[in-house]
Write a protein that binds this ligand. Structure first.
Ligand code: F6R
Length: 635
């Protein structure tokens, strides 16, 4: 058993991204189906829903349509369904399976089984027993596909589910309901119950593939793969299965010991970044400032190798301390007229043209409001490129409130208000009969976008930017009117290339969010990267002088050892940023699609920024009130 294996108790395959991971799983499924076809056998698949398997199903559809893969011999059993829920409700898993797979392949509908969320409660026990019997009669599951919940659930077997549990009605954890709330208009509409196959049903599958994508899943993947077998993390029970593999993308695997603390799993290449990571992690773990670590601390915490390679702890501590110290600067655009070779940014050219790409209309101020303000105050030519309209996150109530204002305004000044009254009446009538999750009309979406645009303009004004420095890109990939967005398209890239060519910035800031692999931030980032790649390929002269800095969106912060530029903030600057965030009134209090974090955006931002400052202080550096953090991207 290798060192990696001694930490990892379930085989793990890691792919650069979810596309490649999904392709691999799709090919495994296709191979199984064709192998069974050759001997005239049926192939029984256990299927999951949720975000995770979407790209797998898309690839299976492609294999069917373009490569002739037939599903005629396939029988499927889905893991779960909300209860109660109408089969054709927008959020039902019955509907999900039809729209994401069954309707596009040649499977016999009679061979597909998804638990029924419509049956009367009294019949559920019998129904579940019959569901299990059907699986047995089909010959048992050949291959079970799973996702994993942030709390470690598989199917809807929430923490505490027994290894022996069978198909049954369960109560959903609050954390699951909040995580899935994005599919519903708000948390109160997420069903409290669900029908799920049990752990014992899942474990009987001859082969199990669990897929996980994105950084958000990394902590629970680590616990399931490396932790104890415990019913508190249901996925860890899979350690006892003899043919189970976890298919991960790089970000979902990032908390595994082999990446998190590679020095513990065997030979490790001691690059300066790795030294910084090892020493910083050790200092935080044993709660000592970096400069107080001793040779014994190194040896006791698995980084004794460093002493052999690099010399005494004292020397290494200093090296890491200087790296941390040099990452802190009050000059995010570089400090003019001084030569500071270790400063994160260049001092020339000064002033710089800086472009802040903001995926939604408030990410600029939430994630880097302090830095934004400093760049402007220090004389740089700051532009903000708002990538999407953010219209989906505005409540209907805001629309009528603003339309009422528009009509009132016109009446007050004797302007003909017949057109706005007509729009208002139409909107009111539409919204009154609107069902949860029904798509808005184009008109209402445009109004919602305008509300957010005005908020973003007001924020730029508050920071001090001239009006022409805010750019509203309205990237088309976002404009589906639904939660689900399109992948990046040519038009998105063209608009971004054009803007960059127009501005020719020396500095670009963008949201480097990899936490949610299906989210808007990830697509926004891909678009910028592709635009930069094309500009570089075309050898535009200005591009070699353009540095790219990544900030994190509202959800997470960089690992402290990764940070290459930390911008400190005083208590006054923290307050100024808070008021800047408040300008986004449509995003205050309960917003639709808030995700599992119930804090308001200004609270998340402040917690995150003060936490970064505290970590620097714990490591022995000066204590600031707050800090914003950036990592440089080399393209
Ligand atoms: C869905 C299911 C759940 C999901 C899990 C992850 O059928 O059984 O266990 O696999 O909640 O959900 P996503 O993939 O949306 O992150």
């Amino acid at each position: 058993m290798s060192m990696v294996d001694s930490f990892e108790k379930i085989p793990v395959k890691i792919f650069p991204d979810l596309k490649e991971g999904s392709l691999y799983v799709a090919n495994q499924i296709a191979a199984l189906i064709t192998e069974k076809q050759k001997s005239n056998k049926t192939c029984v698949l256990g299927l999951a829903t949720g975000n995770t398997p979407k790209s797998l199903y898309a690839e299976l559809i492609r294999l069917h349509k373009q490569e002739g893969l037939s599903f005629k011999n396939v029988i499927t059993f889905n893991l779960d369904e909300y209860y109660p829920i109408d089969k054709d409700a927008f959020q039902s898993y019955n509907r999900f399976m039809k729209t994401n797979l069954f309707d596009h392949i040649d499977i016999d509908p009679a061979n597909t089984h998804v638990p029924d969320g419509e049956i009367p409660k009294d019949n559920i026990k019998t129904y579940c027993a019959e569901y299990e019997k059907k699986i047995e009669e089909a010959g048992g599951i050949d291959l079970q596909i799973l996702g994993i919940g942030n709390n470690g659930h598989i199917g809807f077997n929430e923490p505490g589910s027994s290894v022996n549990s069978g198909a049954r009605l369960v109560a959903l954890d609050n954390s699951t309901r909040t995580a899935n709330a994005y599919e519903f208009a708000n948390i109160s509409q997420v069903p409290r119950l669900a029908i799920t196959m049990g752990i014992s049903n899942i474990s009987k599958a001859r082969k199990i593939i669990l897929m996980a994508w994105g950084q958000g899943k990394a902590p629970v993947v680590q616990q399931a793969v490396e932790g104890h077998v415990t019913e508190h993390i249901p996925a860890s029970l899979l350690q006892q299965h003899n043919d189970c593999v976890f298919i991960l993308d790089e970000t979902a695997s990032s908390e595994l010991t082999r990446f998190k603390s590679p020095w513990l799993t065997g030979e490790c290449e001691w690059t300066p970044k790795m030294v910084k990571k090892a020493v910083v992690n050790t200092a935080l773990k044993i709660q000592k400032p970096v400069l107080s670590l001793t040779n014994s601390d190194y040896k006791d915490n698995g980084i004794g190798d460093l002493l052999v390679e690099k010399g005494d702890a004292y020397e290494i501590n200093l090296e890491v301390y200087y790296m941390l110290r040099d990452s802190i600067t009050g000059w995010p655009g570089g400090k003019p007229n001084v030569n500071l070779p270790n400063h994160p940014e260049r001092s020339i050219p000064y002033p710089k043209r800086s472009v802040i790409f903001s995926p939604h209309p408030d990410d600029d101020i939430i994630s880097m409001g302090g830095t934004f303000q400093r760049l402007h105050d220090q004389g740089h030519d700051v532009h903000v490129a708002y990538q999407t309209s953010g219209n989906i996150a505005v409540t209907d109530e805001f629309v009528t409130r603003f339309l009422d204002f528009a009509v009132g305004f016109e009446n007050m000044f004797g302007i003909d208000s017949s057109k706005s009254t007509e729009i208002l009446d139409k909107a009111k009538a539409y919204l009154k009969q609107k069902k949860s999750n029904q798509m808005d009309t184009d008109e209402i979406r445009a109004i919602k976008g305008l509300i957010r645009r005005c908020e973003a303009k007001a924020t730029c004004n508050y920071v001090g930017l001239p009006e022409e420095n805010s750019h509203f890109m309205n990237l088309p990939f976002y404009e589906t009117g639904a939660i689900e967005k399109k992948p990046m398209g040519e038009e998105d890239i063209r608009l971004t290339v054009d803007l960059l060519r127009d501005l020719k910035p020396q500095q670009v800031f963008c949201a480097g969010d990899l936490a949610d692999p299906h989210g808007t931030h990830k697509v926004c980032l891909e678009i910028i990267f592709e635009a930069l790649r094309r500009i570089k390929e075309a050898s535009d002269s200005w591009i070699s002088d353009c540095w790219v800095w990544l900030y994190k969106g509202a959800w997470q912060e960089w690992d402290i050892s990764e940070i290459e530029m930390a911008i400190p903030m005083s208590p006054d600057q923290v307050r100024k940023k808070r008021y800047g965030i408040f300008i986004h009134q449509s995003q205050k209090d309960m917003v639709p699609f808030q995700g599992s974090d119930t804090r308001e955006f200004w609270q998340r931002a402040e917690d995150r920024n003060s936490n970064t400052a505290n970590l620097y202080a714990q490591l022995g550096l000066t204590k600031y009130a707050a800090m914003e953090a950036f990592v440089r991207y080399h393209f």
